[in-house]
Design a protein around this ligand. Structure first.
Ligand SMILES: Nc1ncnc2c1ncn2[C@@H]1O[C@H](COP(=O)(O)OP(=O)(O)OP(=O)(O)O)[C@@H](O)[C@H]1O
Length: 248
């Protein structure tokens, strides 16, 4: 992503945003509410057109080669998107069909992804029987169905209890490792980030830091990524205040 900006009318939601998600990495997009994470995801998934800057997925620019780019992308949106009146299996098979995957291949893929998960026994049940955390896990399975190379997750643990949150984080980490996909995980929860992850700190539409957790922490002379984040966003507030002073 290079030099991407987006405005809603006169409100600038993203301002010259550039970063990369290296192949096979777990990259956390860390930002408080309103930082611009959902806007960024809307641009990557082409819900909105990118009017300024450039976004490429696996080397395919969205502008010009969007079909090739989007074929390699899996997405878990913030809002729930399963059809509650269909069975879990139907939800997954219909999604696979949209990607041109036949029933048999889809069944095999479901089995492969769910393997030892207790959810494998519930495939015939209506989605509405599942808990919020289980629904989220099925949405994650769905995002993996067509073997994407990059997965976007927009605050996937929002509204879930601690146990479900932990299950989701570890499930995604397992899949990342097994399938060697890249992940961009939007969150405002620092405890979801591991020491070995990469992080992109987004605040008020600008990238304040990008790199390995260790490097970002060190660059801020901080003890933890939590401290680094507070420093970075505190610094941004100061910068904002300074700019306000200049304007007066
Ligand atoms: N449709 C819209 N019209 C006008 N302003 C919007 C719209 N969507 C988002 N914004 C504004 O753009 C900025 C970025 O919002 P965005 O939803 O991308 O942030 P976010 O980091 O995803 O936050 P959250 O975690 O709360 O969803 C905010 O100031 C928000 O108020």
């Amino acid at each position: 992503m290079d030099g991407v900006s987006h405005s809603y009318g006169s409100r600038k939601a993203l301002d010259n945003v550039s970063f990369t998600v290296p192949q096979g990495s777990f990259t956390a997009l860390l930002g408080p509410n309103g930082a611009g994470k959902s806007t960024l995801f809307s641009l990557i998934t082409r819900l909105f057109n990118t009017r300024s800057g450039e976004i490429s997925i696996l080397g395919y620019p969205l502008r010009g080669q969007s079909t090739e780019a989007l074929r390699r992308l899996g997405v878990v949106f913030q809002a729930r998107t399963l059809d509650l009146d269909l069975s879990i299996r139907q939800n997954l098979i219909y999604h696979a069909a949209l990607h041109g995957i036949g029933r048999k291949a889809a069944e095999a893929r479901i089995e492969d992804i769910l393997k030892t998960s207790e959810l494998a026994e519930r495939l015939g049940e209506k989605a509405r029987n599942l808990s919020g955390g289980q629904l989220r896990r099925i949405e994650i399975v769905r995002a993996f169905m067509h073997k994407p190379r990059l997965i976007l997750l927009d605050e996937p643990t929002t509204g879930l209890d601690i146990k479900s949150r932990a299950e989701i984080v570890s499930e995604v980490r397992r899949l990342v490792e097994e399938e060697n996909v890249s992940v961009l995980w939007a969150t405002h929860l620092i405890d979801e980030i591991d020491a070995s992850d990469r992080v992109v700190v987004l605040h008020r539409g600008t990238v304040l830091a990008e790199g390995r957790v260790e490097d970002v922490t060190e660059a801020e002379n901080a003890e933890t990524i939590h401290d680094a984040f507070t420093r970075l966003t505190g610094l941004a507030r100061l910068e904002g205040a300074r700019q306000m002073e200049t304007l007066r």
